[in-house]
Design a binder for this molecule. Structure first.
Ligand code: LLP
Length: 433
């Protein structure tokens, strides 16, 4: 959402819908998505690969935002999804998402989750560790049903927002370590397992990444493995999956690279290694989450109390907070905000936006330049579409917000607001005796 989408009443528009109307119709806190922005992001990723004429797949990392309507939207755009739990898998199933386009991730998948995945024939299981290989061997031997798998490896690279670091000995709970030979041993096991069908290798180097270096290095490490396994096992790795992590812009002073810059760098590197070694270029998969939904979402809050500490700080409190967006409290994440019903008024006061939760750390944004606000005004926190609702909680027994999809001037409720009855729905009374 651009803070420049304004109607003639000076109200912020989301997918062509007046944000004040949204707040009146659905209440606040409310998470509103501009659906066409999500579609455009997906199509943009697809176009980059299509233009390069490279076999590819885009798998939306649904942990960023996973609801029935979201899986349905992804289905409409004809890409894959990855899931990381039985719960995400179940939601995708409920949404009618094609299970053969699902990749199942996780460092400690339970037997029940794996059974569920096999029963519903998910497209691919991203195998993370030896325990999982054993479980899958057991389960597939019993059912005599083969399953496609990718091995997740840790290439010893970890990318942070503005840099990447090579960690000689990768210290990560995820995946098979390459350096110590774990990845090699895992592949050997998989190739010997009658019902495990290896279709590729996977790595993921981090999230909110701003430089191409980590991806280029990861591509090199993965191609090293491809070449090694061709030599050692006479096995051609069909797919290299480089995970997600493409950074987005949250604040004015951040300058993320466009997805095409990342992807072109990956393609160029892999192509040149493939050509030099006279092998076919493996199919390239990516798993963007944040970069598909992040900038398409806005959180709308109603302003309540104010506290001005002269010479210190101006607090404006809103009706949501860490329960609907824990990122500022958890990661010191930064957002920009606007007053959605006063878009044309001069932004001449500096305020910090506080949540309503009983914790001092429950702040949504610091030092925002906004027009003066009164109780009842509508604050929009921008670019909250990724890891906001998906990490929401009932802390302090606050109901989780509603979610709406907006497109072409129309809105549709896609997640109901939790009710007070929902809050106690799972509670049981104490036995009286
Ligand atoms: N693939 C794998 C294996 C992942 O672990 C992740 C994210 C992704 C893809 C998608 O990454 P993305 O494109 O969204 O950066 N809660 C944190 C982010 C955690 C990301 C975890 N893994 C946050 O709010 O910033």
């Amino acid at each position: 959402i651009e803070a420049t989408d304004i109607n003639n009443q000076g109200h912020l528009l989301i997918g062509g819908v007046d944000s004040v109307t949204l707040a009146n119709d659905y209440g606040t806190p409310l998470i509103a998505y501009d659906v066409s922005e999500i579609r455009q992001q997906i199509q943009h990723f697809k176009k980059i690969f299509d233009r390069a004429k490279v076999k590819h797949q885009i798998s939306y990392a649904s942990k960023a935002f996973a609801t029935v309507a979201m899986y349905q939207l992804v289905k409409q755009e004809h890409i894959h999804c990855d899931v990381v739990s039985g719960g995400e898998m179940y939601t995708a199933l409920k949404a009618g998402f094609p299970m053969d386009k699902i990749s199942f991730h996780g460092n400690n998948k339970s037997r029940a989750e794996l059974e569920f995945a096999l029963e519903h024939k998910v497209g691919c299981i991203i195998v993370d560790n030896f325990h999982e290989i054993d479980l899958l061997q057991d389960l597939t031997r019993a059912s005599q049903q083969p399953v496609n798998i990718m091995l997740r490896v840790t290439p010893g690279i970890s990318a942070h927002t503005h840099e990447y670091v090579m960690t000689g000995q990768e210290d990560s709970k995820f995946g098979f370590d390459i350096k110590s030979g774990q990845a090699q041993e895992a592949m050997k096991k998989v190739l010997a397992a009658p019902f495990l069908n290896p279709i590729g290798i996977h790595c993921h180097i981090g999230s909110q990444i701003f430089s191409i270096d980590g991806f280029v290095l990861a591509a090199q490490k993965m191609m090293d493995l491809v070449l090694k396994w061709k030599k050692d096992f006479a096995f051609d790795v069909p797919i290299v999956n480089l995970g997600g992590g493409f950074g987005i812009q949250y604040t004015d002073d951040e300058r993320p690279l466009q997805p095409e810059v990342f992807i072109q760098a990956i393609i160029d590197e892999m192509k040149s290694i493939a050509a030099k070694n006279e092998i076919d270029l493996p199919e390239i998969w990516i798993e963007p989450g944040r970069s598909i939904v992040g900038t398409a979402g806005v959180s709308l809050y109603t302003v309540g109390s104010h506290k001005n500490i002269p010479g210190v700080r101006n607090y404006v409190a809103v009706d949501g907070g860490m329960g609907d967006n824990i990122r500022p409290a958890l990661y010191q994440a930064k957002y920009e905000s606007v007053v959605a019903n006063k878009m044309n008024e001069p932004a001449n006061v500096t305020v910090s936006i506080a949540g309503k939760y009983c914790e001092s750390g429950d702040m949504l944004a610091w030092n925002q330049k906004l027009p003066a606000t009164q109780p009842g005004d509508l604050i929009a926190l921008l670019d909250t579409g990724a890891y906001g609702y998906s990490m929401a909680s009932n802390y302090n027994r606050n109901p989780r917000p509603a979610v709406v999809f907006c497109e072409n001037g129309k809105s549709q409720l896609v997640v109901k607001r939790e009710s007070l009855a929902d809050i106690t729905a799972l509670d049981l009374s104490l036995n009286e005796s």
